[in-house]
Design a protein around this ligand. Structure first.
Ligand code: ADP
Ligand code: MG
Length: 254
């Protein structure tokens, strides 16, 4: 089903954008990359062989950048995002999130860093079906230590993505585009250092995909959120500030 443009475009009621960075004092040390990898490799045993899925990835994403990760199917995009988000461990190399080396971090500590620093958006939305839109957005706020009221923050985030009229709906009462907007609101709720999205328009029709892309671009402009978006979609690349291409587990130059 085609997702209609929200009646009120995703414009927050608040005049100051939530999560917008405050101005740094003049002699503050510069912020580290939101995300950094050093020679990241990921092997996968397959029978008596080993497949090299990631073959030495070096990348850095600076705060506020909007980066598209492009590459053919099977090139390693999802594997790389999983490693970057701390959902999967590299076989070798280092992964740093907002300057914190997460490579060897024990799972309990890693979960805290993931919650505070990383927002994830998936192709299949990955909402909890028994929870309302608002409750889905509240979930990460109950996990970590976050200031203020989770309910108020969730409402604010749903307002930001143009879903203030859908707070009490469950995922199966929402269109695909609306579900993805809830997922984006959830990813932004904790004010993460980076939002990592894996094919966020992959399950949406062309028009709805376009609306979601517009929303991401708008959020980026308003909140200065850092985005890394893996995609096949050339329209995503067209909106990105920088395109990183992965082929056969290696980044291509240029
Ligand atoms: P992309 O997201 O770019 O399509 P993936 O990261 O999903 O690529 O996959 C990269 C390669 O790793 C593919 O060849 C895929 O078949 C392989 N692969 C990924 N996960 C597994 C797995 N759990 N078992 C076996 N092969 C896998
Ligand atoms: Mg993939």
């Amino acid at each position: 089903m085609t997702d209609p443009q929200p009646a009120t475009a995703p414009t927050p009621a608040a005049t100051t954008a939530p999560g917008a960075p405050t101005t740094a004092p003049p002699n503050a040390s510069p912020r580290p990359p939101a995300l950094e990898t050093r020679d990241v490799r990921r092997d996968l045993p397959l029978g008596d062989q080993t497949i090299e899925i990631l073959r030495g990835i070096d990348m850095a994403i600076l705060p506020g950048e909007f980066v598209a990760l492009m590459g053919p199917s099977g090139s390693g995009k999802s594997t790389l995002l999983g490693v970057l988000a701390g959902l999967d461990r590299p076989t070798a190399g280092r992964v740093l999130v907002d300057g914190i080396d997460i490579t060897d971090m024990p799972e309990s500590k890693l979960a805290v860093v993931r919650n505070a620093k990383i927002g994830m958006v998936f192709q299949a939305f990955n909402l909890i079906p028994t929870l309302t839109a608002q409750e889905n957005v509240e979930v990460p706020l109950y996990v970590g230590d976050h200031p203020g009221s989770a309910a108020e923050r969730a409402k604010e985030m749903l307002n930001l993505v143009g879903l203030q009229h859908r707070t009490a709906h469950r995922p199966n009462q929402l269109s695909g585009g609306e579900q993805q907007r809830v997922a984006i609101a959830r990813a932004l709720a904790t004010d993460p250092a980076i939002v990592i999205a894996d094919e966020p328009t992959g399950n949406l029709d062309a028009h709805t995909g376009e609306v979601i892309l517009e929303l991401l671009g708008e959020l980026r402009a308003r909140l200065h959120t850092t985005f890394l978006i893996a995609t096949h979609d050339p329209r995503v690349a067209g909106r990105a500030e920088r395109v990183v291409t992965i082929v056969d587990g290696r980044l291509q130059d240029g």
